[in-house]
Design a protein around this ligand. Sequence first.
Ligand SMILES: [Fe+2]
Length: 265
Amino acid sequence: MTAYTVTALKPFGAVVEAHQEGTDLGSIDLEAVRALVGEHRVVVLRRFRSWAHKDELVAYARRWGDLLSWNFGEVLDLEVHADPKDYVFTPGPVPYHWDGAFAEKTPTHQIFQCVKAPARGTGGRTTFCDTTMVLDALPAEKRAQWEALSVTYRKEKTAHYGGHITARLVQPHPHTGVPTIRYAEPLAPEEFLSPLFLDVDGLPEGTDAEAFFADIKERLYSPDVMYEHAWEDGDFVITDNHALVHGRTAFTQGSPRHLRRVHVL
Ligand SMILES: [Fe+2]
């Protein structure tokens, strides 16, 4: 008998619910979960035992593969800082991006543990866009245009990441070969503590970058390709970082929100 029930979400994603409250996530067949992430891109695991110490999360994540180690270690504690150096540590919104753009290697998976969810109705949802669905829905002419684009991202290193990179907008998924979009939204210096500047190369004559930013934004935030995760205490979420871009909705200042995140290479 399986110890859990899988329910597909719309337009993508799946919830894995343990039959028995407090089941150890480590007791679930990892390859079955990996296959679910491959199929659904985002898997929410509920009613599993919450790990009190971050070492338990690390030990579990190591079973998925090598972990990306940052200057703070392997676990990022996502919570509001009193004196934030980066916008991710404020209660503000986080526009779409993929993790590890500025790292040596892009992580394959994110594994999150929700230590403390924001109070209901106070925001702080994690937003995901399945970029393979965006490409599938794109008119052929537009798709050909996008396939010709490269974007250079410039960010000052204010926290654990930063620098200067150039990436093709459309890239094959490194493990499946499926075309994906690699895109991080521009962050205006008037709005964000740590601005991100974009230079788009390859736009057709007469199209300016602002028009491209508006067009891609509308497509990435279409409800047909987007899943917003409203956290509950104890949730685990495992994602396909290569296929998705993700962000966060703003939340009310003072509302608790504490996630732990690990990157599997
Ligand atoms: Fe992120």
